[in-house]
Design a protein around this ligand. Structure first.
Ligand SMILES: O=C(CO)COP(=O)(O)O
Length: 249
């Protein structure tokens, strides 16, 4: 299974910066990209085209949309469809990111609809889950993760293990500089792996990423842990210099 190093640029960057960062990422890593690593970039919608032009046809580099609405087309002002993402060269999309869940109030049943619809349209889905600090303090990590997995992945049929990736992003570790410790990551990823093995016939091969304050200084240690098949990076993916160190960590 190849490790996936993913950049979530969130609502950052303008055209020129996206162009130069994407170029520097490609130039700085493509010759040394290990065979067992892949790179995925999630720019905001207005930047998809410029990043797509840089990484299109580059082996091991992929483009993803940060969000979509689960319909082919229609009167949904302000929304973007999976068909439009695919048309711009995206092969992946994020669903269930903590910022979508908490700021935009996307609930579990809506997220389940998005996962199913996105997969049906041919997008690979990176489904994000993670507990809040108060849930961790109340010893509810397992309960929360299993609930998010069970509801979000209900009714889906997978054609192969590459179409689904899970990202474990503890909410308290996102953008805080407070990375989860080794035991916490191992425990959460084991819970997710056991669920996947029980739910899907190729559950052993579905990638599980860790996200939350991943930096060049902690990336290689995190990537060496059992059941960690990649990372989803926010802040440290905005500069090519730090993201490249993570790609090659
Ligand atoms: O939300 C994240 C990636 O999706 C993580 O963000 P940070 O790496 O900035 O903590």
């Amino acid at each position: 299974m190849k490790q996936l190093i993913a950049a979530n640029w969130k609502m950052y960057k303008k055209w020129e910066e996206a162009l130069s960062t994407a170029r520097e990422i490609l130039v700085g890593t493509h010759k040394q990209l290990p065979d067992n690593r892949e790179v995925l970039i999630f720019p905001s919608f207005p930047l998809l085209k410029v990043v797509s032009e840089i990484i299109a046809e580059q082996k091991g580099y992929y483009l993803g949309g940060q969000n979509f609405y689960p319909a082919l087309e229609g009167a949904f002002t302000g929304e973007v469809s999976p068909v439009q993402l695919l048309d711009l060269g995206c092969s992946y999309a994020l669903v269930g990111h903590s910022e979508r869940r908490h700021i935009f109030k996307e609930d579990d049943s809506f997220l389940a609809k998005k996962v199913k619809f996105g997969l049906e349209q041919g997008l690979k889905i990176v489904f994000c889950i993670g507990e809040k600090l108060e849930e961790r303090k109340a010893n509810k990590v397992k309960e929360v993760l299993l609930y998010q997995l069970e509801t979000g992945l209900q009714d889906i049929v997978l054609e192969d293990s590459e179409t689904l990736t899970i990202a474990y992003e503890p909410v308290w570790a996102i953008g805080t500089g407070e990375v989860a410790n080794t035991e916490d990551i191992l425990e959460a990823h084991k819970i997710i792996r056991d669920f996947l093995k029980e739910r899907f016939k190729f559950g052993e091969e579905i990638r599980i990423l860790y996200g939350g304050s991943v930096k060049p200084a902690n990336a290689s240690q995190i990537l060496s842990l059992d059941n960690v098949n990649g990372v989803l990076v926010g802040g440290a993916s905005l500069s090519a210099d730090s993201f490249n160190q993570i790609i090659l960590a």
